[in-house]
Design a protein around this ligand. Structure first.
Ligand code: SAH
Length: 233
């Protein structure tokens, strides 16, 4: 390692520690989430031109009209998921891969779907280079990923006009005998001007066995239904 890169690494590490403190001050309490944010090198997930802002608590452009979510938003959604080691978590909207990396640091088994093929290709290379083992797929995440269901958690990282049924049915059912918890879906619901962070928890096996809780307002890029066939929309 050159002197310059070790200097960079310690600078980034200090900035990351300050970011964790900022998130704590803003109300994030889940220590495992904070620890994961303290471990993921966010500067690798942003474009080089924005590296010096990587540890400010702000969303940044990642090209193709998309953004890497604000760290507070990632911490907030991840806290609502209540991730436990070995949980199977599905993410809709891989984007930069940052949220997926945070989930990986929490020892979740991560599955992630992205509709922009070029973005996904780039992100998959980065995640592999950083040693984050995540299964990714190109396609429309509103249909979920039935092959690996059920999930302990599903996190949607784009603004959803409504809650896709496929995601509800792919949540794990609780099981009383062995104490398995029901799956949680964390999804920002609303139009372009703002969304309500919503958590739906599966409480039983029936079609109506779901509990809905609403939290703060956020602003995400839109969740777009349908396949992105040509890779440039
Ligand atoms: N989780 C990301 C944030 C990405 S922004 C991160 O940590 O960086 C939201 C992403 O959702 C965008 O990349 C967008 O292309 C993607 N997206 C939008 N609609 C989608 C859909 N129906 N299926 C899969 N991905 C979708």
């Amino acid at each position: 390692m050159t002197d310059a890169s070790s200097h960079d690494n310690s600078t980034y590490r200090r900035r990351r520690e300050r970011l964790v403190q900022t998130l704590r001050d803003r109300g994030i309490q889940d220590e495992r989430v904070l620890q994961a944010i303290g471990a993921v090198p966010r500067h690798k997930f942003v474009e080089p031109a924005f590296r010096n802002r990587a540890y400010a608590d702000e969303a940044l452009p990642i090209g193709l009209d998309q953004t890497i979510s604000q760290p507070f938003t990632v911490a907030y959604q991840t806290s609502l998921l209540e991730v436990e080691p070995h949980d199977r978590i599905l993410e809709v909207g891989t984007g930069s891969g940052y949220q997926a990396a945070v989930l990986c640091e929490m020892e979740a088994r991560v599955f992630s779907i992205e509709r922009h093929k070029p973005l996904l290709t780039r992100t998959k290379t980065l995640l592999d280079d950083l040693g984050y083992s995540i299964r990714t797929r190109h396609g429309d995440g509103t249909r979920g990923w039935p092959a690996f269901a059920p999930y302990d958690g599903i996190v949607v990282t784009a603004a959803a006009p409504n809650i896709p049924d496929a995601l509800l049915t792919q949540l794990r059912q609780p099981s009383a005998p062995d104490g398995t918890r029901g799956g949680r879906l964390v999804i920002p619901v609303g139009g372009r001007d703002g969304q309500t962070m919503t958590r739906i928890s599966r409480t039983g096996s029936g079609p109506h066995d779901y509990e809905r809780e609403e939290y703060h307002n956020f602003r995400f890029v839109p969740l777009v239904e349908g396949d992105d066939k040509n890779g440039d929309s």
